[in-house]
Design a binder for this molecule. Structure first.
Ligand code: GLC
Length: 473
C-alpha cells in the first residue's frame, strides 16, 4: 500500500534513508553462552533495549525494504526466543537477564534469572513472516522454514487463550495487547492496571499460578477478549492459510472474524468493544482498537462505512489534525500529551496508521488516507521517528529513533531512483541523554499546561472564570 498524493522522490528517499539509519542503529546481534545466535532491533535504546514481540514484527516488515536478510534474522530470533510448545514471549532479554531491578516491571516467571517474560503480545508474527517471505527471492525456503514453529505458536494461542472456545483469544494482563495503559482496561483491571501499583500484584498472582492461562482465567475474572489482539490473530490465521495452503487456518480466521462481529460489534454506537470476563461484558471506551476490524478482509462494507464516517474521520473523535489518536478525543480519559508511564491514552502512533490507512483506501477513502499519511510525513520530517506524537499540536513525544515508527516507509511509494539508503554506525544512546530528553519533555508539558491554565481562566475584563477544557493535553 502506498501514498498516492504527490510527495516528491527526494523526500521519500530522505525518509527511507533516515528509517534505515534508525533500524541499523538499533540493531543488536551476538550469541548466548551456549552459542545460540541472536539478531534483532531494539525499539529505542537506552529506554527499550530488548526484543519485543510485536515491535520485532514491525521492524522486520520495514527491514525487508532495506535488507531482507536482517528481516529474516529478526523473525528467526523471535522464534528462537519461544518455547517448544509454541509459546513466544512478549519480551526477550537476549543480552541481559531480567534481574531484581527489572523484575517488577516485567511479567517474568520469577524475580530472578529469566531470559524472557512469561506473557504474550499481539500476535502479528505470521503476517510479518509472509511479508518477509515475499521479499526473500534470495532465500525461497524462508516461507517453509518457519511453518512448524508458526503452527505450534498459533495452536498454542488457540489451546491456551481461548478456553471458552468462541474463536476469540484472551489477554490476562493489559500489556499483552501492547496497549499497556489504554483506558479501555481501567474498569477491568482497576488498581492492577498497567500504570497503577497493583500491576505488581497482577504479575505476582500470575506467577503463583505459573502463568497457566486456564487456571488464571478460571480463578479470576480480569481477562479480556481484546479487539486489536483478535484482529491481529485473524490476519495471522489468514497469512497461515496462505503460507501452508491448509484450509483449517482459513476456517479458524473466519471463525474469529465472525466472533468479533457477534460479540464485539455494537450496532447502536457503530464501534467494536473488547469484552471482558466470563460474562463477556463490553468495555465501552472508544480507542483505536475499536476501529482495528477495518483491517479484516471480510468486514461488511456497511459496518466499515459506519466506523469510518462516524468515528475515524469525525473531527471530534479520531479525525485529529495529526494522524490517528489512540483514544477518541471525546472520551473523558483522552490525553493528547506526554505523561510519565502512560502512552496509549491519546497520542498518535505510526503502527495505527500502518494498520488503518490501507483499510481506508480499500473502502474508497483514498483522499482521507493520503491526508493522514501526509500528516505523518510532516510529523517525522519535523521531529524524527519518535515513539508517538501529540495528535492535536503535532509535538514529537517520548523515545527518539523509535523502531516501529519507521513503518511509515512501508506506506510510501518506493523511490524510483532505486538508490539505497546508507546506514550509519549503531546509535547506542546513553541513559543520561534519555533522562535529559524525558526531563525536557516533562518541562515543556508543564509549561504548556501552566500557560493554558493561566490564559484559560482569565476573562476579557481580566477577572478569572472557569472554562470547560475541550482537548486535554
Ligand atoms: C511500550 C509499548 C509497547 C511496546 C514497548 C516496546 O511498552 O506500549 O506496545 O511493545 O513499549 O516498544
Amino acid at each position: 500500500m502506498s501514498l498516492t498524493a504527490p510527495i516528491d522522490g527526494g523526500r521519500v528517499e530522505r525518509l527511507r534513508g533516515e528509517a534505515h539509519r534508525v533500524l541499523a542503529g538499533n540493531w543488536r546481534q551476538g550469541s548466548l553462552a551456549d552459542g545460540t545466535p541472536y539478531g534483532f532491533t531494539c525499539p529505542a535504546p537506552p529506554r527499550y533495549r530488548h526484543q519485543w514481540y510485536w515491535d520485532s514484527c514491525f521492524h522486520a516488515i520495514v527491514w525487508r525494504h532495506f535488507d531482507p536478510a536482517r528481516a529474516r534474522e529478526e523473525l528467526r530470533t523471535l522464534l528462537r526466543g519461544g518455547r517448544l510448545d509454541g509459546f513466544i514471549p512478549h519480551t526477550i532479554f537476549w543480552h541481559d537477564n531480567a534481574g531484581w531491578r527489572r523484575a517488577p516491571f516485567y511479567a517474568t516467571h520469577s524475580v530472578r534469572g529469566n531470559r524472557a517474560t512469561a506473557h504474550i503480545q499481539t500476535p502479528f508474527l505470521a503476517v510479518a513472516w509472509e511479508l518477509v517471505a515475499e521479499a526473500s527471492p534470495d532465500e525461497p525456503n524462508f516461507a517453509a522454514e518457519g511453518l512448524d514453529a508458526l503452527r505450534l505458536h498459533y495452536d498454542w494461542l488457540d489451546r491456551n487463550r481461548d478456553p471458552d472456545g468462541d474463536g476469540l483469544i484472551s489477554i490476562i494482563h493489559p500489556d499483552e495487547s501492547g496497549l499497556d495503559d489504554s483506558p479501555k482496561y481501567d474498569a477491568v483491571f482497576g488498581w492492577m492496571t498497567h500504570y497503577r501499583p497493583g500491576y505488581f500484584w497482577l504479575v505476582e498472582r500470575s506467577r503463583r499460578l505459573r502463568y497457566d492461562s486456564h487456571a488464571i482465567i478460571a480463578r479470576y475474572d480480569e481477562h479480556v477478549e481484546d479487539v486489536l489482539v483478535n484482529v491481529a490473530y485473524a490476519l495471522s490465521l489468514h497469512a497461515m492459510a496462505r503460507l501452508t495452503g491448509d484450509d483449517e487456518y482459513r476456517l479458524r480466521a473466519a471463525r474469529t472474524e465472525r466472533a468479533l462481529l457477534e460479540l464485539c460489534w455494537d450496532e447502536e454506537r457503530g464501534l467494536f468493544w473488547d469484552v471482558a470476563g466470563r460474562g463477556h461484558s463490553p468495555q465501552r471506551v472508544s480507542t483505536w482498537s475499536s476501529l482495528a476490524p477495518l483491517a479484516l478482509p471480510s468486514l461488511p462494507e456497511s459496518i466499515a462505512r459506519r466506523v469510518i464516517e462516524e468515528h475515524l474521520l469525525d473531527p471530534g473523535r479520531f479525525g485529529a489534525r495529526y494522524a490517528i489518536p489512540s483514544v477518541s478525543m471525546e472520551e473523558p480519559s483522552f490525553r493528547a500529551g506526554w505523561h510519565l508511564f502512560r502512552c496509549w491514552r491519546g497520542p498518535s502512533w505510526v503502527n495505527t496508521v500502518w494498520l488503518l490507512a490501507p483499510a481506508l483506501r480499500r473502502f474508497g477513502y483514498g483522499a482521507e488516507a493520503d491526508r493522514i499519511l501526509g500528516a505523518c510525513v510532516e510529523l517525522v520530517e519535523r521531529h524524527g521517528f519518535r515513539e508517538y506524537y501529540n495528535p492535536v499540536n503535532g509535538e514529537g513525544l517520548a523515545a527518539r529513533r523509535f523502531g516501529w515508527s519507521t513503518l511509515l516507509v512501508d506506506l510510501l511509494p518506493v523511490a524510483e531512483s532505486g538508490t539505497r539508503a546508507h546506514a550509519d554506525p549503531p546509535f547506542r544512546g546513553s541513559v543520561r541523554d534519555e533522562l535529559w530528553a524525558m526531563g525536557a519533555e516533562a518541562a515543556s508539558e508543564t509549561r504548556r499546561r501552566l500557560g493554558r491554565a493561566l490564559s484559560g481562566t482569565r476573562s476579557r475584563n481580566g477577572r478569572r472564570r472557569r472554562t470547560a477544557p475541550t482537548r486535554r493535553g
